[in-house]
Design a protein around this ligand. Structure first.
Ligand SMILES: [Zn+2]
Ligand SMILES: [Zn+2]
Length: 72
């Protein structure tokens, strides 16, 4: 069995690998390529979202803040 994450953990930040817990705020990129498919990026803070911009090369990017929920 894979048990690398605690059950109340949503995932980890794509930049700093900080754990993101269920029910806490997370930051998503508004650009669809960052937000869908197999390479879905999540960030722990707007600062980490900002850190992915040089590699992502978006023309027009923004971020949204959401609450981490199971299955969402
Ligand atoms: Zn982070
Ligand atoms: Zn992005």
């Amino acid at each position: 069995m894979l048990a690398t994450m605690a059950s109340d953990q949503f995932g980890v930040c794509s930049i700093c690998r900080a754990p993101i817990r269920m029910g806490t705020k997370l930051v998503l990129c508004t650009v669809s390529t960052c937000n869908s498919g197999k390479r879905k990026l999540v960030f722990c803070s707007p600062g980490c979202w900002d850190a992915h911009l040089p590699t992502a090369r978006h023309r027009d990017a923004g971020f949204t803040e959401e609450i981490a929920r199971p299955g969402g």
